[in-house]
Every structure is written in C-alpha cells, then in structure tokens.
Design a protein around this ligand. Sequence first.
Ligand code: AMP
Length: 300
Amino acid sequence: MARSVFSRRARFFVFCSTRKEEMEICSSINGVRELAQKARAGAKRIALVPTMGFLHEGHISLVKGAQKSCGFVALSIFVNPTQFGPSEDFSRYPRDFERDARLCREAGVDVIFAPEAKEIYPEGFSTSVHVEGLTAPLCGASRPGHFDGVCTVVLKLLNIVSPDEAFFGEKDFQQLAVIKRMAKDLNLACEITGMPIVREPDGLAMSSRNAYLSPGERENALSLSRSLLLADEMAAKGAGTGEIEASTASYLAENSIRVDYVSILDPATLQQTNSPRGALMALAGFAGKTRLIDNRILTR
Ligand code: AMP
C-alpha cells in the first residue's frame, strides 16, 4: 500500500518537473552564465529582460513577450548606480526583492540575476560606453551621463547572459532607441525588441516610481497621459509642432506638473520635426519630487 502511494507521488513529481523547473536566483556572474549556457546547450533560445526591480505589469509584459519567442528567460534586477545623477533617487529607489521574486515565479521566469554592485563594478572598473547623437536630447539633456550608465550596464548584462534577444519597454523610448543603436554599432549578436507601454486603467504609464506619489500627486500625474491624447487630437486637427508643445506644457503646469521637457521629435532620429503626425511626443515632468516620463507616437 505504502509503495503504491509513493509511486503515485513519484509520477506526480515527474509530471510537474517536466512542465516547469524551479526558478533560480543568482547573484554571481558565473552562476547566471552557467545557467544560460546550459539552456543554450539544450537548444533553447535565451531572452534577457533587464530591470531595476520593484516589478509591475509593465515588466511582466516584457517577460510574456520574451516567453513567446524564447524558451529560457533571464530577468535581471539591478538598481544601477551609474545611471543616477548625484541629486537623483538612487538610495531611495523602491526595492522589494521578495515580492519581485514571487512575481517572477508566477510569470514563469527561469532565472533572476540580482547581483550586488561590486559584482558588476569591481574595484578598478574604468570603462564607459557612450552613444552619440540619440543621447543628446530629452532625458540625455536633463540627466547628464545617464545613458552612459545605461549603455555600460546593458552591454555588461548582454555580455554576461549572451541572450539571443533582449526586451525593453517603449515607455523609455529614448533608452530603447539608444540601445538599438549601440547593438548595431557594436555588432552585438542580440536582437533588441521593444514592447508597448503598459498603463494603469486610468491611463497613467506604469512605473516603479509611481510608488512615490501621494494621492494628490497621483491625480496630477494623470495629466501626462491625458496631455498626450490632447496633443494627438490637436495634431489630427492640423496644429503645428510649436503650438502643440506650448499648449501641452501649459496643460501640465495647470495640473501642477513641473515640466522638464515637452518635445515632438522624429522617432527614428530624435531630431526636431515640423510635422507632428506620426512623430514622437515625449514628456518628462515632476509630480512633487517624482520625475515621470511618458510618450506617444502621434497619429498619422
Ligand atoms: P526599469 O525597471 O524602470 O528600469 O524598467 C525596466 C524595463 O521595463 C525597461 O525596458 C522599461 O522600459 C520597461 N518598462 C518600465 N515600465 C514599463 C511600462 N509601463 N510598460 C512597458 N515597459 C515598461
């Protein structure tokens, strides 16, 4: 009797383990590298989803996108100090590893790579990756050195995991454009894939930084996504770039958003354009002390 119960359990275990292996958590470069190599040896296509943690549905949408084209998904969680300016929110950036690990497990992530800063930037680290041109406007102008930090860490993560495909959100439109440029310029053997912005039901773009917002700031922050819709309507009615930018900036200010930039740019070059239809409308502004960004491709 005892024997047959055991064998039934054993069969159940085999059934479960062939469906999904346990998610691994690695803090060492060698550890995650080995797991990715093992998956590659098993003929699996490898995906990397780089994040700074405090995960939300936007991040999980990248995981889902990765699972559609890859059999092994690595998600990195690393609050990268080199992409924060001295007066920015590095030390208070929200962190909750237990919750992140649970969300990753539920989403079916294969490995979380969560290194310490000294694993990524050991003593004597002296290299920085700089992409010209695309990094000049928008967040590059407001956050000097930000994209050097982003490119350096992303290139390191790509070299560590060697994924076939890496997934980034269009929420950070400029970041995606810069990383695509870097991958092309440096002949990286990794496809860079952008995924659509995931929004709260009321339109606010999901962001780990939304956790900072007081209820009043959260209400004011809604004006970012709303202003993009208003801009789209203005463009459809034939308004010019300057007129749309000025009216958007006023609308944000009326909603207590301290505007960092409101720009209508060519989405391929991130250069100014005179024709708003089909252009990128990108915004950054502060709700209280919290800097938020959003964007939209205006209807053609
Ligand atoms: P972060 O953890 O903020 O550095 O974001 C990690 C990745 O998730 C980046 O590629 C972001 O563009 C992406 N991401 C963040 N928020 C969203 C969102 N609301 N929708 C889609 N992707 C997002």
